[in-house]
Design a protein around this ligand. Structure first.
Ligand SMILES: Nc1ncnc2c1ncn2[C@@H]1O[C@H](COP(=O)(O)OP(=O)(O)OP(=O)(O)O)[C@@H](O)[C@H]1O
Length: 341
């Protein structure tokens, strides 16, 4: 992937203190640039301020010092041409909307016409291998498939910059590898600029053109490493290469991780809500089979019963999310349904 020399994201002296003058300094003095077309990873110790940094970059919080510029314009509030993929897919997707409606949802507030919304949703769903699951609901899909929906939804907005906050931390190890490769493929297809935060040293090196290593809290950038691993990466041969092994040791040293070479325990699978027996069967099949087969399995189940379950689940989830966002989703869906009838 060829990156341009133009700067897409410029972060200068970024700092944030929670709770006023005597509060907690979460990030201190972050300065770095991400070039157009680049996939940059941020790796840092737990609690060093990675999420605070992403919230500042995405305009969700106003940093107490420094500045953020996207394509030369200061970020004050959430920019339209920026999309975020979070770790917790189960809370970021609307359970009562189909996969396709979830993907189309952010396009509504951007004033994209209905026909174009459909076209874009179908296009990105194809790219992430979920065309056959377009009419399903998120809770009918495995965790990895749900995260693919989140990625599709972000890409449908055609963001100038895609921010990803530990996007693969809640899936099992094999699915994580598949999603990493999916990201590499779609970023090529879209020519995307991506800033991805991860705890995982190996993941940062495998994915990135450039890795920024952060210090302990309050975070600052301690190293900016080019990753000369080329465009074609492979989960086995790339990770075995001398360059990869050397970089891994270098990042581990910078992070002062003494156990970097030791085998890591497999990440815990995402916590799934308890399912009734038929649903549990469908879910475990969905984990093992490709998207089409999983969609077929879900289609065979009793749709009415699942809808009732979804209503119950959505009521529960709604309490956890911001009231405004969920109310907007309900209204938009009701309007859609009214139009259809
Ligand atoms: N809203 C808040 N109010 C006060 N302190 C906060 C708030 N959010 C985060 N912090 C504190 O700021 C520091 C950085 O938190 P942040 O979540 O940004 O780190 P992180 O690197 O993303 O953490 P992790 O690796 O565990 O995901 C932590 O000490 C945290 O307790």
């Amino acid at each position: 992937m060829k990156t341009e020399t133009k700067t897409m994201l410029e972060v200068s002296g970024l700092g944030h203190r929670y709770g006023g003058a005597n509060g907690h300094q979460a990030i201190a003095d972050l300065t770095f640039q991400v070039r157009t077309g680049e996939l940059a990873c941020i790796v840092g110790p737990s609690g060093c301020g990675k999420s605070t940094m992403l919230r500042s970059i995405s305009g969700l919080i106003k940093p107490t010092s420094g500045k953020v510029e996207l394509n030369g314009s200061p970020v004050n509030g959430v920019p339209e041409d920026l999309a975020v993929v979070f770790q917790d897919y189960s809370r970021s997707l609307f359970p009562w909307l189909s996969v396709r409606s979830n993907v189309e949802f952010p396009l509504r507030s951007r004033g994209v016409s209905k026909a174009e919304r459909r076209e874009r949703a179908d296009e990105v769903l194809e790219w992430v291998g979920l065309s056959a699951a377009a009419k399903k609901y998120p809770w009918q899909l495995s965790g990895g498939m749900q995260q693919r929906v989140s990625i599709a939804r972000a890409l449908a907005c055609r963001p100038a910059l895609l921010l990803m906050d530990e996007p693969f931390a809640s899936v099992d190890a094999q699915t994580r590898f598949e999603l990493e490769d999916l990201l590499l493929r779609v970023r090529k297809q879209f020519d995307s600029t991506v800033l991805l935060v991860t705890h995982d040293i190996d993941e940062s090196i495998y994915l990135a053109d450039r890795v920024f290593v952060l210090s302990k809290s309050p975070a600052s950038v301690v190293a900016d490493l080019e990753i000369p691993l080329g465009d074609e990466r492979d989960q086995i041969t790339t990770r075995e290469s001398e360059t990869f092994v050397h970089l891994r040791s270098e990042v581990a040293r910078l992070l002062d991780v003494r156990t970097a070479a030791a085998p890591k325990p497999a990440p815990e699978a995402a916590e799934e809500p308890e399912a009734s027996e038929p649903e549990a069967e469908a879910e475990s099949e969905a984990d093992e089979k490709p998207a089409e087969a999983a969609a077929d399995a879900a289609a065979e189940s009793d749709v009415d019963e699942q809808k009732a379950d979804a209503d119950e689940k959505s009521a529960d989830d709604a309490e956890k999310s911001t009231a405004k966002q969920w109310a907007e989703a309900e209204q938009a869906e009701a309007a859609e349904t009214a139009k259809r009838n």
